[in-house]
Design a protein around this ligand. Structure first.
Ligand code: HEM
Length: 75
């Protein structure tokens, strides 16, 4: 079964500081439509380590996000 936003991706984002901080920058990481629309942008930033601002994601987590994108960004 393909990875889903609700089950696999949403839990990767902490309510704080990820979701609450990024709302101030116009992106709701708890919202499927927002994350879907910004997926490439989000991926680029977790891959280059500039987001989250406090500590970079481990490579397994980055790979999971990429897999979700490649499988078609299921809700
Ligand atoms: C996994 C969690 C996070 C993701 C996926 C994420 C993603 C992003 C993305 C894609 C942008 C660029 C926005 C644009 O293109 O308009 C951005 C900007 C920004 N984020 Fe995050 N963010 C995360 C967590 C955080 C945290 C924890 C902080 C700090 C407490 C933070 C602070 C900022 C700031 C200050 C900017 C604007 C300046 C810049 O572009 O570097 N973010 N974030």
């Amino acid at each position: 079964m393909a990875l889903s936003f609700a089950k696999d991706i949403r839990p990767l984002f902490r309510d704080s500081p990820d979701v609450d901080t990024m709302k101030d920058y116009g992106m709701d990481l708890s919202s499927y439509p927002d994350v879907k629309a910004q997926a490439q942008n989000i991926y680029d930033r977790v891959l280059d380590g500039s987001m989250p601002c406090d500590e970079p994601w481990p490579k397994e987590r980055i790979a999971l996000f990429k897999q979700w994108m490649e499988e078609g960004l299921a809700p």
